[in-house]
Design a protein around this ligand. Structure first.
Ligand code: PLP
Length: 383
């Protein structure tokens, strides 16, 4: 019989925090001693380190992954006259952000094998759009201008940006990469954070690079966009400009120094932790091969570097109910955000265009039977 101590939790941060305890406490003390708690040297240094890590020239800290999405949309001037296209398979923040700005959210379905946005379905959707007199794309569903695509690198696996970027470019769409779950993942040698116009990260404690509270970061290659984001996160004050002079309405969305200092301790270990997650995933892939009722998502294709924020299986109802009992038999499990629930809530509470929620029989709907099992790195510090 399995005892409580044998149980593997879906995530356990204790080994990592114990191994790094001295450094984490020293970092916290450093911030408390300097008394610089907001927009100080730790945040600046973390921004530089994340920029180097992702390969995007600019990194801008903010209060959370949700705020990163909202800031990105605001910086791209998304408003209620526009359509934001996205996946139905994500955490609710992905649709909540455009909805808060009054934009119409339209869904394009995912690939069943990866749960990421399907480039072929996006192509179909774009082909169904018309063009107005200025050549701008008009949605057949809502009659509004289609301007923005939010991609989500779900479970730590990058989307097919080699195809999505070309489609976006041909159709004049800006890509916002929701990379909240994928710090360290990449495609064809280019890391998440360096795709699209702008990318959004979350440092929520359960993420592969997680803080001790909320936090987020944006990355971009676009100098002007970076400047606007730095301004929007401090109520529209120009960065380095006159204090209390506000050139537009923003809000307070700053990453605090304590979070930045702790994240700087963890970042150098991220690659080793992600490598360990990949090893676990490969072992799971082998173990689950051919098993009835439980199908792992596809192994990463050539050029795809996944970091397994969550190791996910698609399961039949019978296997799901069997897995439910696993909490008492040794292994924790979790379910992912059900796509139909995201769609339904979005339809009820936001300007979601009618008929854009994938049907029950579609691949996205099947994802409501996704199971996640532990994939985290057991060891703490590793160089
Ligand atoms: C895909 C995705 N987008 C956005 C977010 C929002 O991030 P945060 O919780 O930091 O606001 C999350 C967090 O769970 C997420 O997984």
């Amino acid at each position: 019989m399995t005892t409580t101590s044998d149980r593997v939790n879906l995530l356990d941060l204790a080994p990592c925090h114990e191994a790094l305890e001295e450094e984490l406490l020293a970092a916290a003390k450093r911030v408390i001693t300097t008394q610089q708690f907001v927009l100080g040297p730790e945040g600046k240094a973390l921004e530089q380190e994340v920029a180097e890590y992702t390969g995007a020239p600019h990194a801008i800290g903010c209060a959370s992954g949700s705020d990163a999405l909202l800031l990105a949309l605001r910086a791209l001037d998304v408003d209620d006259s526009q359509v934001v296209v996205t996946t139905p398979q994500s955490f609710f923040a992905t649709v909540g952000a455009p909805a808060r700005l009054g934009a119409t959210v339209e869904f394009v379905d995912v690939e069943a094998e990866t749960m990421n946005l399907d480039p072929a379905k996006l192509k179909e959707y774009l082909a169904s759009c018309s063009k107005d007199s200025e050549g701008k794309l008009i949605s057949p569903r809502s009659g509004k201008r289609v301007t923005t695509l939010i991609t989500v690198d779900l479970f730590g696996r990058p989307c097919r940006y080699d195809q999505l970027e070309a489609l976006a470019c041909e159709n004049g769409l800006s890509i916002i990469e929701d990379a909240a779950q994928s710090m360290g993942a990449g495609l064809n040698g280019q890391r998440c954070g360096a795709w699209g116009r702008v990318a959004c990260f979350s440092f929520y404690p359960t993420k592969n690079l997680g803080g001790a509270g909320d936090g987020g970061m944006l990355t971009t290659r676009d100098d002007e966009l970076a400047e606007r984001l730095r301004s929007l996160r401090v109520h529209g004050m120009a960065p380095g400009g006159k204090r209390y002079y506000h050139r537009e309405v923003g809000w307070n969305s700053r990453l605090d120094e304590l979070q930045a200092a702790l994240l700087r301790v963890k970042l150098p270990h991220l690659d080793a932790w992600n490598a360990s997650r990949r090893e676990h995933a490969a072992a799971y892939d082998d173990a689950f091969e051919g098993l009835e009722g439980l199908t792992p998502l596809a192994r990463p294709a050539d050029g795809v570097e996944a970091i397994y924020h969550l190791y996910t299986l698609r399961s039949t109802p019978a296997a799901t109910s069997c897995a439910r009992t696993s909490t008492s038999t040794g292994s924790d499990r979790g379910s992912t955000t059900p796509s139909r629930s995201t769609c339904r809530t979005a339809s009820r509470t936001t300007a979601t265009a009618r008929g854009t929620c994938p049907s029950r029989s579609s691949s996205a709907a099947r994802s409501s039977r996704c199971l996640c099992i532990p994939s985290w790195a057991p060891s703490g510090a590793s160089a």
